[in-house]
Design a protein around this ligand. Structure first.
Ligand code: NAD
Length: 502
């Protein structure tokens, strides 16, 4: 067990068992010859080594998953048995909460208190919610009378899709992996999860939870590695895989779509965003400043749902700029365990280079940098980490690259608008369509504007509040399909119609 000081220690050392992160295949923790480094984004230290899965190990995982469905007890299990298994997994995570927390914080650099409230808790909630939803899933029934007097009854039956591959990003590792694994498993599938190469630790702990919970071998597998030429490509091109559920960049989604095309596999894609926030002059000013600051800077702006395009109605534009600038400048950036810390590091130096390239580009495109635009200096080990300042730009046209391309950092562009129609038109002027927020106290306006936005989810006077029973997904470059609640159960099931002549 991890000691309390592991969470609180400045070194953010991983628990000893995570120093060399292994794959989990067919109920066994597997080492490989090839390894890669797991680097701390907080201070650039080596956290440990990760055993990279090659095509042969991926093949072993796919075969084990198929065997678990065709020969093992999982393939014959009832939904009640599967729900009990998922609740047991959630129990283990709950019991080992501090270990999961330490792993997530070490890999991501996020403030401990944010990870405590969001990440580990959501992992547990995903298993419990889908275990319970699965038990209430049902089919449909139709009575049919043909003109010649024939009577038929039709009913639908959900069956598992088979072997599922889940490929997840680094920004919310526990949340993203369990969001896919829980519904896939309650529907009776077997799954192979590939966490991001940047955040491999919590996936190993989840594998340990499955092992401890006594879930049969081959049902839940974890393989580590990268995309092209590594585990990611081996998974998406493997002929034994029935469906791929992917969360990550839109470009990667396109590459995966091409990879699965020959096998005509089912896909579900949750991709990037360039989300709009529309702030009307009739908003609750203080609540909106607080709400927008949370939406911009949570997880150092590395949430696919963070707004990077903010439109503020002209009568409050200048006042709003002053208020949000003050909020950004009061953000405390630092160690994950520092009391009152608001923002941690970005995920890596490589990602910081990308964010900094947009900071430079914004200036070249003619932006006014209202605040930020640089790297904080600490004078200690954090200078080897991946920190950036919260950054706000104004003055760019809607056509600027910095207003159109996803940056994925603590940054936004703010522009004024003069009418409701103009705000809706400009918010919709994007290649993406994941999420939007609308800030107003006018109820009619909220109901008028929200459905006009071409996105998968619109929040009014809030952000990132989720009910796991509701649909989630994006339009345009932001994704394909919906997951959440019964939409997840639909994706992870093959629906068969059975027609009986009476
Ligand atoms: P990424 O696309 O670079 O990587 C995601 C995963 O795909 C990683 O596990 C990576 O190893 C793997 N991968 C990369 N290339 C691959 C290939 N050719 N074949 C198979 N696998 C491959 O994304 P990222 O940088 O890890 O995450 C950030 C992105 O994720 C942002 O664009 C963000 O908006 C998006 N995101 C979307 C949602 C959503 O729900 N829509 C949620 C979280 C993150």
């Amino acid at each position: 067990m991890i000691r309390e000081e592991t969470v609180l220690a400045r070194s953010f050392t991983l628990p000893p068992t995570l120093d060399a992160l292994r794959n989990y295949v067919d109920g066994q923790f597997v080492e490989t010859e090839r390894q890669f480094d797991n680097i701390s984004p907080i201070d650039g230290r080596l956290l440990g080594k990760v055993h990279e899965a090659d095509a042969a190990l991926v093949d072993r995982a796919v075969r084990a998953a198929r065997r678990a469905l065709e020969e093992g007890p999982w393939g014959r299990s009832t939904v009640e048995e599967r729900a009990a298994a998922l609740h047991r997994v959630a129990d283990v995570i709950e019991r080992r909460f501090e270990e999961f927390l330490a792993a997530e914080v070490a890999d991501t650099g996020r403030p401990v208190e944010q990870a405590r409230k969001l990440d580990v808790y959501r992992g547990i909630a995903n298993f419990r919610t889908f275990a319970d939803l699965g038990k209430h899933a049902h089919g449909e029934f139709f009575e049919t009378h043909l003109p010649d007097g024939t009577q038929l009854i039709n009913y639908t039956k959900r069956k598992p899709l088979g072997v599922i591959v889940s490929i997840s990003p680094w920004n919310l590792p526990i949340l993203s992996l369990t969001w896919k694994a829980a519904p896939a498993l309650i529907c009776g599938n077997a799954i192979i999860c590939k966490p991001s190469e940047e955040t491999p630790s919590s996936a190993v702990l989840i594998a340990e939870a499955f092992h401890e919970a006594g879930v049969p071998p081959g049902v839940f597998n974890v393989v580590h590695g990268f995309g092209p030429g590594s585990a990611g490509e081996a998974l998406t091109t493997h002929p034994g895989v029935d469906a791929v559920t992917f969360t990550g960049e839109s470009r990667t989604g396109a590459a995966i779509m091409k990879a699965v095309a020959d096998g005509v596999k089912e896909v579900s894609f949750e991709l990037g965003g360039k989300n709009a926030a529309i702030i009307f002059a009739d908003c609750d000013f203080e609540a909106t400043v607080n709400g927008l600051a949370r939406a911009l800077f949570t997880n150092t702006g590395q949430v696919c749902l963070c707004p990077e395009r903010v439109f503020v109605e002209r009568p409050i534009y200048e006042r709003f700029l002053a208020a949000i600038k003050a909020r950004a400048e009061s953000m405390r950036i630092g160690w994950p365990d520092e009391p009152g810390v608001d923002m941690g590091s970005l995920i890596s130096r490589e990602h910081r280079d990308k964010v900094l390239s947009y900071f430079k580009l914004a200036v070249e495109e003619g932006a006014t940098v209202l605040t930020g635009g640089g790297v904080p200096q600490f004078g200690d080990a954090r200078d080897q980490g991946a920190f950036v300042q919260p950054t706000i730009w104004t003055g760019l046209p809607d056509s600027a690259r910095c207003v159109r391309e996803e940056v994925f950092g603590p940054v936004c562009h703010i522009a004024p608008f003069d009418s409701e129609d103009e705000a809706v038109r400009r918010a919709n002027d994007s290649d993406y369509g994941l999420a939007a927020t609308v800030w107003t106290t006018n109820l009619s306006r909220a109901h008028r504007v929200a459905p006009r936005l071409h996105v998968g989810i619109t929040w009014v006077n809030t952000w990132f509040s989720r009910d796991l029973r509701t649909p989630f997904g994006g339009t345009r470059l932001s994704g394909m399909g919906r997951e959440g609640g019964r939409w997840s159960l639909d994706f992870y099931s093959e629906t068969t119609n059975i027609c009986i002549k009476v």
